[in-house]
Design a protein around this ligand. Structure first.
Ligand SMILES: [Zn+2]
Length: 132
């Protein structure tokens, strides 16, 4: 099996890929990037929490124009995962308003976004429609 590395450090790979967030121990605000202090309350204690892998689409935009080399159209979305907002693209779904709608149930999905010369795969994530 190819060696795999996550594209972002808050994506945890393995049998059960998931996102992890830094949660402020004082006010409960969650951040995906590393912070020295909470943007909500200014305190500096964080704990690491797993973010639910299923959620629903809270907002989305169908992006028709992007930087050269980025295939378009694609769907940029904000997904509410059990109260944690996650910015991600929707994948494995046609990028049009007939297939993407607000409050659509989705789940975390990973995809290979690149391979280096040693065969190490970079793994990114998005959300795909949840069947059923
Ligand atoms: Zn806080």
């Amino acid at each position: 099996m190819a060696n795999q590395i996550p594209l972002v450090d808050y994506l945890v790979l393995g049998d059960r890929p998931r996102l992890v967030a830094h949660e402020c121990t004082s006010c409960g605000a969650r951040f995906f990037d590393r912070r020295n202090a909470c943007a909500s309350c200014g305190l500096t204690e964080f704990t690491t929490v797993d973010v639910p892998t299923e959620g629903e689409v809270r907002a989305f935009t169908i992006v028709a124009f992007a930087a050269p080399g980025i295939p378009t159209p694609f769907v940029a979305a904000v997904v509410d995962c059990g109260g944690t907002s996650v910015r991600a693209n929707l994948i494995n779904v046609p990028p049009d308003p007939e297939h993407v709608r607000l409050a659509m149930p989705v789940r975390l999905a990973t995809q290979v976004v690149g391979t280096d010369e040693e065969g190490t795969e970079a793994i990114g994530f998005g959300f795909e429609p949840k069947e059923g």
